[in-house]
Design a binder for this molecule. Structure first.
Ligand code: AHR
Length: 338
């Protein structure tokens, strides 16, 4: 358990800086001092850091792995975690953040369900002198002083890597290649950014055309339902680009039910690389996955300790990720953690 009484704030911050550097962090320093209730925020006077964390929901395998990572890392770091599941609703997240402010937690972290509409509540946290860390998803607030840092993935890059693989895969195509796209939650950073990165990459080959694009809300049920509609409305679908594994897995059911062979009749590209997705890739039902790591917990807790200690933190902390072909998935599956 972290006892702030045992260390000076600055000395503690120096120790923690080593941990952040070891985690391979990138970005520029933001050295504003964070809020501090002096008693860890729990009113107990025992110095335990209290973290309020508002999670998006439980929409996907990725999200479940992310929640486990955050909970385990908090316990490991001796940080008291107040966890709230927003069930994919922005109003629930705003309510949870206001509750955390009222409870005077030491630090707030949240994974914003959508990018817009956070300025008011973030200002309330800033006025209460409670530092905020964006986890996994970004916000589009022009005022970047409303949060201390962001930790997560480069979603544009994930979309771009997916598109670049497809450009190479279909380079011999002489006619139109019809692509359908299953977008993530409308207005969310991963949906916006993956769409953008993918579109930019496939522009390299004018044969590659997105003929339908709709949200499946990052869920299996959404992926299945929207893919059924795509299949009814489009007689020729060559490629499915799904913004996450779960929607791709839902779409598999629709594709099979329509009498088509996934991975052969329709090339399938997804993002995340959770176990079920990797299994589908190894089984030849998916063709390519761009990885998005949900294991943000340990680095998040390092950042929580740092902002609580008033130390400088990078403005952006990106996770290192890779991509998988079918052969690479077969090799990676036995040791896959999530
Ligand atoms: O924000 C990360 C995305 O959210 C993951 O790719 C997706 O599976 C999740 O629901």
């Amino acid at each position: 358990m972290l006892k702030t009484g045992t260390f000076t704030r600055r000395g503690l911050g120096t120790l923690l800086a080593a941990g952040l550097l070891a985690g391979g962090l990138v970005g520029c320093a933001n050295s504003d001092t964070g809020g501090d209730s002096g008693d860890g925020g729990d009113g107990s006077g025992n110095g335990t850091i209290v973290l309020g964390f508002s999670q998006v929901g439980a929409e996907s395998g990725w999200r479940t792995a992310n929640t486990t990572s955050v909970k385990e890392a908090a316990a490991e770091a001796g940080i008291e975690l107040k966890f709230d599941d927003a069930q994919q609703k922005q109003e629930n997240q705003i309510k949870a953040i206001r509750n955390f402010i009222q409870q005077k937690v030491d630090v707030i972290a949240f994974s914003p369900v959508v990018e817009s509409g956070w300025d008011t509540v973030l200002k309330e946290a800033k006025d209460a002198d409670i530092p905020v860390i964006l986890t996994d998803r970004a916000v589009d607030s022009a005022d970047t002083s409303l949060y201390k840092t962001f930790i997560g993935s480069d979603f544009v890059k994930e979309g771009r890597l997916s598109g670049e693989w497809l450009v190479e895969e279909k380079k011999a195509a002489t006619g139109p290649v019809n692509i359908v796209e299953l977008q993530g939650t409308t207005g969310s950073a991963p949906a916006n950014d993956r769409k953008k990165g993918f579109a930019e990459a496939i522009a390299a080959n004018p044969n590659l055309k997105i003929v339908a694009s709709q949200s499946g809300d990052f869920t299996r049920a959404g992926g299945k339902q929207v893919m059924e509609q795509f299949l009814k409305a489009n007689p020729k679908i060559d490629v499915l680009f799904a913004h996450n594994d779960d929607m791709g897995l839902g779409a598999l059911e629709a594709i099979t039910a329509a009498g088509k062979v996934p991975g052969k009749d329709i090339t399938i590209i997804t993002i995340d690389a959770v176990k079920d997705g990797m299994q589908a890739l190894a089984d030849g039902k998916f063709n390519f996955i761009a990885e998005c790591s949900p294991l943000l917990g340990p680095q998040l807790m390092d950042l929580v300790k740092k902002v609580h200690a008033g130390e400088s933190v990078p403005t952006r902390v990106e996770t290192e990720e890779t991509t998988f072909t079918q052969e690479q998935a077969k090799a990676a599956l036995p040791t896959r953690k999530y």
